[in-house]
Design a protein around this ligand. Structure first.
Ligand SMILES: Cc1cc2nc3c(=O)[nH]c(=O)nc-3n(C[C@H](O)[C@H](O)[C@H](O)COP(=O)(O)O)c2cc1C
Length: 421
């Protein structure tokens, strides 16, 4: 196997020390790592430590004569298979969003033609700041992959989202993006997983969905009425997240496109956050081709025809009319897409005539299965669900169980269907 190369950009956050552990884990997975450090990063970790871990020189100075004679920043950005920024400060995210290139790291990021994964880590207030969230939205729109931070106690004593995910989770994410087998035993620091012959094996390669690319959408969408109000629905995203987690556990390469929900990213899943139906459609298109698409998200059917830039005022002039326009039908558009997934699954949240409505939806949308569920109780946001899998061959009704258990059962059925071709 040709050795995959990672260009790791380390920026100046308190979590920078964890980048050393990340390099160790990546090298144990058989990946080569080259490091670039910002000036601030060198306040937290010495270039010498990083150089020992990467077994290479560490890059930092754009005007290093030898490197620049060969246009070093272009070379560095092109020689890698993946550029990873870990940790990514609020500062570098802002610079990237604005296209600023005032040091080696930011110049590489502007010059690269390779996929980029940013792993942000910062204080919860910095993370929640509208400027950071605006920059993240811009970066996602620019095609940058953002790994969601963990939630919990922080070095600064506060609590919330913004913590760097643990290095094994980052290493796994990187392996998924590179299509490189991830060995859990190696990541945990134990001996390589071996078969009796002593040949190392990658645990992910022997699972029912190994080698399959799966797209899952989850959660609601928010459709702006004005800058402060929106149309939404009660979807919690839990079922879609459980399905993405089950697919990853069965070895698939999973992209999860999530509406606005407060859920942790399942291990080993590439998550893309969106707000509106139009953004979801764009991200779904970008994720193709995939082997199977499971569209669980409760995408709003309509959005406001015009969303003014200023808040609509209650000024005594009567109740404003809310004019709606139809959102794109993402499921139907995938059914006729040139890159149609081999297996296309839609969800139907129904409150009456569950199976009947699902059968009509199957015929109308041109997908392979409709998973229908009765949302008349507390299914949306609740812990349990019951599925009716409607296909052209009939209806398979599963009893109520937890969203995790039913997700696993669904993904096993998907694995069977993909195996049969
Ligand atoms: C002790 C200390 C810890 C910091 N931790 C973080 C952090 O975790 N995340 C962050 O975004 N900025 C953090 N900063 C601020 C950055 O170091 C600062 O914004 C810097 O300009 C980042 O430069 P760079 O993005 O070029 O590496 C910290 C600063 C100090 C002094």
């Amino acid at each position: 196997m040709v050795e995959k190369r990672i260009l790791l950009i380390v920026t100046g956050g308190i979590a920078a020390y964890k980048s050393l552990e990340l390099v160790r884990l990546l090298k144990r997975q058989g990946l080569s790592v080259r490091a670039v450090m910002t000036q601030s990063a060198t306040e937290f970790v010495t270039p010498l430590s990083m150089s020992v871990m990467t077994e290479d020189q560490v890059y930092g100075d754009m005007f290093d004569l030898k490197e620049e004679r060969e246009i070093g920043h272009i070379q560095l950005s092109r020689q890698a298979d993946l550029v990873v920024i870990c940790p990514a400060t609020a500062n570098i995210l802002a610079k990237m969003a604005a296209g600023i290139s005032d040091d080696l790291a930011t110049t590489i990021l502007l010059a690269t033609d390779k996929p980029v994964l940013a792993v942000p880590a910062m204080n919860v207030r910095m993370w929640n700041h509208p400027a950071t969230q605006r920059n993240l939205a811009q970066l996602r729109a620019d095609g940058i992959h953002i790994m969601a931070p963990d939630e919990g106690a922080m070095a600064c004593g506060e609590f919330g989202p913004g913590r760097l995910p643990e290095p094994p989770a980052i290493a796994e994410q990187i392996c998924i993006m590179l299509g490189h087998p991830f060995d859990v035993m190696l990541a945990s620091g134990r001996s390589p997983t071996t078969v009796p012959s002593g040949v190392p094996i990658a645990t992910q390669q022997n699972l029912p969905l190994s080698g399959q690319r799966i797209l899952v959408t989850a959660g609601p969408t928010h459709e702006a009425i004005d800058p402060v109000r929106y149309i939404a629905n009660r979807s919690s995203g839990r079922q879609g997240f459980a399905i993405a987690a089950a697919a990853a556990d069965l070895g698939a390469e999973v992209t999860l496109i999530a509406g606005p929900v407060h859920l942790a990213t399942p291990r080993g899943v590439v998550r893309i956050d969106i707000e509106t139906a139009l953004e979801m459609q764009t991200e779904v298109e970008k994720a193709l081709p995939v082997d199977a698409a499971i569209l669980v998200a409760a995408v709003a059917d309509w959005r406001a025809a015009q969303a003014p830039e200023q808040k609509i005022k209650k000024d005594g002039g009567g109740i404003p009319a809310l004019n709606l326009t139809e959102n794109p039908d993402i499921l139907a558009s995938l059914a006729t897409h040139a890159n149609r997934p081999k297996l296309l699954i839609g969800f139907a949240a129904e409150t009456e005539k569950i199976v009947e409505h699902a059968q009509a939806k199957l015929a109308k949308k041109g997908c392979d299965w409709i998973v229908a569920n009765d949302v008349s109780g507390d299914v949306m946001g609740g812990a349990n669900n019951a599925f009716h899998i409607v296909t052209k061959d009939g209806v398979d009704s599963w009893p109520e169980s937890t969203k995790d258990v039913i997700a696993r059962k669904l993904m096993e059925k998907v694995a069977d269907a993909l195996a049969k071709g």
